[in-house]
Design a protein around this ligand. Structure first.
Ligand code: GLY
Length: 253
């Protein structure tokens, strides 16, 4: 169960955000509208939402998921692999300290972005991507161990972040896409493959038995509904242009 979420309003500078999507520039007004609907969806799932203001200095700062890992036992500030995103962590710290008295942190010798981390009960899968390295993942596993939590590293080569191609929907159900469809680390799960032409929907978000699904991916929506979940579609076109998925837009805890 999650009870809270933290989000940050997109900034006008989001047009300069990191992207390899080649889908054109985001429309800021539409992005704000979509972000508001995302907040509405979180609230419909029963979450209390802390809404942080936009920071123009950091174009990607609405993607708050990457800069912290919030677990039931501890909060960990990351050290993003993307240089332009490193300053975002200090901006999230105040919001997190309201809920977590002791905040752990990844030091600057390693890199972690929490879009690379998937929580399954007390275990945390950590994707080794261009944004998260072995040093950062090792630091993270050591911090988790102090809190009786475990972590393991996941080799990957194609995706931006681990959760670009994986979403855990609880009850042993895992959405997969691309290289994650056959990845040996996830054979124990009931895997549901998202079709290649709807890969963006592999980043869907389980919240208290509702699954948020990006709008416009009917086959993925149907598959998730067939698993027995209530679904809530959220339009994400403007964030997709910046390689951002549904999970990236919030910290849920
Ligand atoms: N544009 C989101 C990211 O690349 O981190």
């Amino acid at each position: 169960m999650f009870t809270r979420a933290i989000v940050r309003k997109p900034c006008r500078a989001m047009l300069n955000g990191l992207s390899e999507a080649n889908m054109g520039d985001p429309n800021y007004a539409l992005a704000c509208e979509q972000h508001q609907d995302y907040i509405n969806a979180l609230k419909e799932c029963g979450l209390q939402v802390t809404e942080l203001p936009a920071i123009e200095e950091f174009p990607d700062s609405c993607f708050v998921e990457d800069v912290a890992l919030l677990t039931p036992k501890c909060a960990i500030l990351t050290h993003p692999g993307a240089i332009s995103r490193r300053g975002e962590t200090s901006h999230i710290e105040d919001a997190i300290s309201e809920f977590y008295p002791n905040i752990e942190r990844i030091d600057s010798s390693g890199h972690v972005e929490a879009g690379d981390i998937m929580m399954v009960a007390n275990h945390f899968y950590i994707g080794l991507s261009d944004r998260t390295d072995v040093n950062g993942a090792t630091q993270l596993i050591n911090i988790l161990a102090k809190h009786n939590l475990t972590g393991s590293m996941v080799e990957m080569s194609e995706l931006l972040h681990l959760k670009t191609g994986l979403s855990y929907l609880e009850n042993n159900k895992l959405l997969t896409f691309g290289e994650m469809n056959t990845h040996p680390d996830f054979t124990q799960f009931n895997r549901v493959e998202i079709d290649g032409d709807e890969g963006y929907a592999a980043n869907s978000v389980w919240i208290n038995d509702t699954v948020l699904v990006p709008k416009g991916f009917p086959k993925a929506l149907h598959k998730i509904q067939q698993l027995g979940y209530k679904t809530r579609e959220v339009a994400m076109s403007e964030f997709q242009k910046l390689d951002g998925g549904l999970s990236c837009l919030s910290l849920r805890f």
